[in-house]
Design a protein around this ligand. Structure first.
Ligand code: SD4
Length: 320
């Protein structure tokens, strides 16, 4: 396998499709992943990442992102950053810093401003409508404000064998101001080592962090497991531990790829989708079933599923 990319959710497929063309022309894993994630961040209808991301309980969009170079193990990350267009690019820039490479809040914003990153109001009218709708439902029906949210997490492998992992998210919808999830936290939302492979997670950050799940997957691959075995083992162990000790586990979904381009995915929820592209293969979206007896099964998304997805993300926000 010469190159490959894997990412959480269907929303990443356009980005990895474009970035794979660059990988095919010799682009680095870092340039490819930044391009692919920027495409997700910039698309206003993806309501969990970048522009159009869903706000916190004060109706402010606070974004988390991270970038990890699997050759040098350099990490850059931002937490709770407001009003900057591409958090992934800021995280990548921070990965060049020896010190102060993980910045949050106003410190992250000052850094981004000083380094010439573009300031943009990231709250869209549509995201505001979702906020109003959810606030109403939460008050009237007692729903959890946190249900239903996606993060983009990605791994890329280039023709030189270099690997990068990256994430970008608006975190949990209606989160507390200042809340930072797993996505910018090394070992939890992402981890990458070009000598082994990379992993990334999506789901309930508070629970994903309890198992440092991305690091665990890379560690298991290093011990000799296939990516699929490593993903399934890490998810089932954490799910079982949390259930045993706390009575329940939040959503845990992961993707991973090793440095041969072999990939794996695992989840404890039904309907987790992920996107993969590898050289010589067409980009593909897969949809998973909930893991059973420690095994996750998935199959290529049907045309019907893909059409329903497009319809859903384009449909107007309605209030009952
Ligand atoms: C977080 N893991 O901030 C993110 C949210 C997410 O699917 O991925 N939801 O906790």
């Amino acid at each position: 396998m010469k190159y490959g990319m894997i990412a959480t959710w269907r929303m990443a497929v356009e980005g990895i499709t474009e970035a794979a063309k660059d990988l095919n022309n010799g682009a680095t894993a870092g340039d490819a992943i930044e391009k692919a994630i920027k495409m997700v961040e910039d698309y206003p209808l993806y309501k969990s990442v970048g522009y159009g991301g869903l706000p916190n309980e004060n109706c402010e969009v606070e974004l988390d992102a991270a970038y990890m170079d699997g050759n040098t193990l350099s990490i850059g990350a931002v937490g709770g950053i407001r009003d900057f267009k591409n958090p992934i690019s800021i995280a990548r820039k921070l990965s060049e810093e020896r010190f102060n490479c993980f910045l949050v809040g106003t410190g992250a914003e000052e850094y981004a401003h000083k380094n010439g990153f573009e300031r943009v109001n990231m709250l869209t009218d549509r995201a505001k409508q979702f906020y109003e709708k959810r606030r109403k439902e939460t008050i009237e029906k007692g729903l959890s404000p946190y249900d239903g949210h996606d993060t983009v997490g990605m791994i890329s492998l280039d023709t030189e064998g270099s690997m990068v992992a990256a994430t970008s998210t608006s975190g949990l919808f209606m989160k507390r101001r200042g809340r930072v999830g797993d996505s910018p936290v090394s070992g939890s939302g992402f981890y990458c080592d070009s000598e082994v492979g990379g992993a990334s997670a999506t789901g309930l950050g508070e629970d994903l962090m309890k198992g440092c799940i991305s690091y665990e997957i890379v560690r298991l691959m290093k011990e000799g497991m296939t990516p699929q075995q490593a993903a399934d083992t890490a998810v089932s162990k954490l799910h079982d531990e949390l259930t045993r000790r706390r009575g329940k586990s939040g959503d845990l979904s992961v993707v991973c790829m090793n440095n041969k381009g072999e990939f794996g995915a695992a989840t404890n929820i039904a309907g987790f989708s992920f996107s993969v592209v590898r050289d010589g293969e067409e980009p593909q979206v897969y949809v998973c079933d909930k893991q059973e007896n420690g095994v996750t099964t998935y199959e290529p998304a049907s045309q019907e599923w893909l059409d329903a997805y497009i319809k859903r993300i384009n449909s107007p926000v309605t209030f009952d």
